[in-house]
Design a protein around this ligand. Structure first.
Ligand code: PBG
Length: 327
């Protein structure tokens, strides 16, 4: 009789036939940065995650590096008074985010530092693009994104990650980077980014929710799958080095679709709301974090993600090292 259970008999056998593996190399840890000193401010809707000032963040990053977690994406929480319609602070000389990147890379040259490119953290409208009479202008946004990207490359970011979903932005950013000599700076494009309800805690962290309207004219309709493939073909043509699907868990089919249709590495963003759901259930005693968290990340990887951006990256790194982990 054919018995699949023979291959499940012992831990060693299960290990031998395991199809999906995940190490800290496959993870990117998102971190929120604020200006100032001595700040470690917990995000209420994302327990265990903080808005850090750089002096507090660096020891945290050092701990991660010691755990073998080397890849970070950093988001700035910008004070309201520095925001304007055209996001000028995003490339200002005295921008604390850019200054922090310089110090970060100096201290951890062997880390991968990833940026976020979009207008929303710097925009008084809270949108990813330029707003005129309630409309989000596409082509007028591109030079702003390009300028922001060059400033980030100058500051030392290894990978520029446009999350704005304007058409043509990967091409515009690639051209600007190449013209300025940043030929080695990579682009991780938020290729299939959906207009999702699961970004709530992130917007709380950065205070970056749109002041009016929603993001449905630029972020994708959650109903669409083939459109993700179209975005992927464009991003590849325009010179993306990585393609991202976001969110991850509700879009595992899209991750699988893109993985089958490109040779580029695929990233998936296990977004704030997806992490918050799991944290809430575990805090209520309804799920066991130690089992549910790795199973969740594994499912994203099994779908085809090469790398996962997740707020659980540090806890997973502890688990890989055989250390105690949890909420
Ligand atoms: C900004 C941006 C968002 C996220 C990453 N970059 C929010 C948004 O598009 O409104 C969300 C990440 C998360 O929820 O963890 N463009």
């Amino acid at each position: 009789m054919i018995r699949p259970r023979r291959n499940r008999r012992t831990a060693a056998i299960r290990g031998m036939v395991r199809e999906t593996h995940m190490t800290t190399d496959n993870l990117i840890y998102p971190l929120f940065l604020v200006d100032g000193k001595g700040v470690k401010d917990e995000i209420k809707s994302l327990p265990g995650n903080f808005r850090w000032s750089l002096d507090k963040l660096l020891p945290e990053v050092e701990e991660c590096m010691e755990l073998g977690l080397r890849n970070f994406v950093v988001f700035p929480a910008v004070p309201e008074e520095l925001k304007d319609k055209t996001a000028t602070y995003s490339y200002a000389d005295d921008n604390f985010y850019l200054e922090a990147a310089r110090i970060f890379k100096e201290k951890f040259p062997e880390s991968t530092l990833i940026s976020d490119v979009a207008m929303d953290p710097y925009s008084s409208d809270g949108h990813d693009g330029l707003v005129e009479n309630g409309r989000i202008l596409n082509d007028e946004t591109l030079p702003i994104l390009a300028k922001m990207s060059v400033a980030q490359a100058q500051a030392g970011f290894d990978i520029i990650a446009p999350s704005d979903m304007m058409d043509g932005r990967v091409g515009a950013i690639r051209e600007a980077l190449d013209n300025e000599g940043f030929t080695e700076t990579a682009i991780m494009s938020y290729t299939a980014k959906y207009a999702s309800a699961f970004y709530g805690p992130f917007r709380d962290a950065l205070d970056s929710a749109p002041k009016a309207g929603d993001k449905k004219t630029y972020q994708m309709d959650p109903a669409n799958r083939m459109e993700g493939l179209r975005e992927a073909m464009l991003d590849e043509e325009e010179g993306a080095d990585y393609m991202m699907v976001k969110p991850a868990l509700n879009y595992l089919d899209v991750i699988a679709l893109l993985k089958e249709n490109t040779t580029l590495p695929i990233a998936a963003y296990h977004v704030s709301g997806e992490c918050a759901m799991l944290i809430a259930a575990c805090q209520n005693g309804w799920l066991d974090f130690e089992q549910a968290m790795p199973e969740t990340l594994l499912s994203i990887r099994r779908a085809g993600a090469d790398v996962i951006l997740t707020y659980f990256a540090k806890e997973y790194a502890k688990r890989v090292r055989g250390l105690k982990f949890g909420l």
